[in-house]
Design a protein around this ligand. Structure first.
Ligand code: A2P
Length: 283
């Protein structure tokens, strides 16, 4: 682990850069366009977006104008809750591809396991959705397919009919919530843990224990938490719209957290928000 372009290997053999640039809550338009371009210019080769973020168009433009070849970038997008089901999934992926200005994504994820719209029959709808995802994978529209916010029971239900095992499960995963049951379920299938909100969407900067560690290691709180995420074998997806922070969040490889300090950070459960329960969320 020496730079952000180092890779993990997914359970289907595809390589994925170990840090991704997050774009949740990055507004569509110039902000998303510029931050994606900046990220690619400082070395990120992995960009994470979603239909629900509303910024696929600007993310796609940023990629196009970055000067980095498409095949050198790992691009993820996600299927939103309105579009579960076989036909709707196929259409939604085509719409995302069109907005992103590309004919394939590297990773396509089901964003949420249990949308309100399908709550009475989520198992059946997820099975149909997954079949469409498997076909998109076979057709080369996605180099890998996966899930997001899936708890163990959602994963178990999906695996009843899946012929392709999800490559990734992207979750709210940070010192405030390590979601051990989710990690265990993922490990059973060799599914990579991607970590969204690795900085707790900004909740962690005032935590005294993290400030102390930042001082001790002579790095920022953001760098401490991202390094912790990597040392756990997670794939963090830090979001920023500021060039200096975008750059800072790549500088994670000139120090190593000791085991006691890893454990200290592990014990910070609840220092920020906890993961949302997908079965009771109102969307
Ligand atoms: P901004 O986008 O204004 O730079 P997460 O990745 O957990 O969603 O956290 C993102 C939040 O953390 C955003 O508010 C972002 O602000 C902020 N942030 C990202 N990187 C840094 C950093 N290196 N230092 C301080 N704040 C940061």
């Amino acid at each position: 682990m020496q730079e952000i372009t180092d890779t993990y290997t997914l359970n289907n053999g595809v390589k994925i850069p170990i840090v991704g640039f997050g774009t949740w809550q990055t507004p569509n338009g110039e902000v998303a366009y510029k931050s994606v371009k900046t990220a690619l210019s400082v070395g990120y080769r992995h960009i994470d977006t979603a239909a629900a973020y509303g910024n696929e168009e600007s993310v796609g433009r940023g990629i196009k104008d970055s000067g980095v070849a498409r095949q050198d970038i790992f691009l993820t997008t996600k299927l939103w809750n309105d579009d579960h089901g076989y036909e709707a999934t196929k259409k939604a992926l085509d719409t995302s591809l069109q907005k992103l200005g590309t004919d394939y994504v590297d990773l396509y994820l089901i964003h949420w396991p249990n949308p309100v719209k399908f709550r009475d029959r989520w198992e059946e709808i997820n099975a149909e959705t997954w079949q469409a995802m498997e076909e998109a994978y076979a057709d080369g529209k996605a180099r890998a397919i996966g899930i997001s916010n899936f708890q163990p029971h959602h994963l178990a239900a999906l695996m009843k009919s899946a012929t392709v095992t999800p490559a990734v499960n992207q979750n709210y995963l940070n010192p405030s919530d390590l979601q051990p049951e989710v990690q265990r379920a993922n490990a059973t299938y060799n599914i990579l843990n991607e970590a969204y909100s690795p900085l707790g969407t900004g909740d962690f900067f005032k935590i005294p224990e993290l400030q102390e560690l930042a001082k001790k290691y002579n790095h920022s709180v953001a760098q401490i938490v991202l390094r912790w995420s990597l040392q756990h074998g997670f794939l963090p997806l830090p979001k920023s719209i500021h060039a200096d922070r975008i750059q800072q969040n790549t500088e994670l490889f000139d120090f190593e957290l000791s085991i006691p300090d890893m454990q200290k950070i592990d014990s910070l459960r609840g220092c920020g928000r906890l993961a949302t329960n997908p079965d009771t969320a109102e969307f």
